[in-house]
Design a protein around this ligand. Sequence first.
Ligand code: TRP
Length: 447
Amino acid sequence: MTTRILTGITTTGTPHLGNYAGAIRPAIEASRQSNVDSFYFLADYHALIKCDDPLRIQRSRLEIAATWLAGGLDVERATFYRQSDIPEIPELTWLLTCVAGKGLLNRAHAYKASVDKNVDAGEDPDAGVTMGLFSYPVLMAADILMFNAHKVPVGRDQIQHVEMARDIGQRFNHLFGKGSDLFVLPEAVIEESVATLPGLDGRKMSKSYDNTIPLFSSPKQLKDAIARIVTDSRLPGEPKDPGASHLFTLYSAFATPAQTQAFRAHLLGGLGWGEAKQQLFALLDSELGGARDRYHQFMERPADLEDILQAGAAKARKVATPFLEQLREAVGLRSFRTQVGSTGEARKKAGKASRFVSFREQDGTFRFRLLSAEGEQLLLSRPFADGKSAGAVTKALQEAEVDLRANGAGFELWLDDTCVADSPAFTDDASRDAAMSAVREALRPQA
Ligand code: TRP
């Protein structure tokens, strides 16, 4: 079975070395595994929650897209897109908003932190809190549930959000799933093996600590940043402790085991810090040089990036559009056209009408069921290549003669010399014939 991996990157900043080693590089590696289907996207709607500077949003989207592509993401294999190019995501966000408990969202860390800060400052608890911030986890749940992701690689601060996506998805399944699950319930994955990269001062590399090493800047800027790495005061010739040196940690994040081994031996042997920094620079420059060139090429051709992302959006929407159709159907936002016997006495008598429900199979084909007014399955269609062909058949069935043909323990529904749907098997002819009448009645209710 293939595992669907999905993750989003909020587009408010410029990726640094820590983002690359901690998130981007492992995600690109994961996308190359044969049993993995990966969905990676720019969470630019999420960016609007934190940032009201349009230039920064635009620049960050471009830089992050270029970074992932320069890092070797294969967009033929993976699905790479911008959240804001998928209109189904905000649509699903609303469906989920209608089942998400306000109490659940009150407990979200990011919202709670804002409230605590306001309370401490003697302000109104919700001062400066937008509905975007409050509903952030619902939008994120829509990102994840839209594509039925199994695994969601995230930082620790995001685990709670993935759990909320599970909660909301579960509730939706319970309310509208009719016994079969609409959403896969996702799991957060924290890559334990990918250590968080330390920054210049040894704390976690993070923009908020102002201790980052730039990723695709000029060699000179890289060298300057490395020069600012904090070390202890041991002199050249004195043995250094690799285990206590974040310079060594940075080196080993990009080196082969053999290189790491040699570097460790040199430090123990008294390599001076100046020389050690020179070696770190040489390593990073050679490891990242190729990607840096590709990055700058992409940054100079934004129209090409646009094309790549548009193609990614089209690929993502191949999944999202029919799935959202199914979800709308599940909550009752249904076409009047596919409603069988929706007018006249039959409807009044039954209270509810029988109806067609279409859905998408795991293999991408489409089927529909004919359900009785009571929700019992009368027929299951043969598979169709796409939702449109399935829809055309359900429409035609409401106009054509009802052509039912008994076949062994069950029966078939035919349209224009093609068998389009099958009944379940029955234990005897009498129950089969009764079911045939029920289907006739469902398709041609007597007024
Ligand atoms: N909120 C995430 C972050 O700031 C980004 C994100 C948005 C995301 N939607 C997602 C991550 C869906 C994983 C899945 O890091």
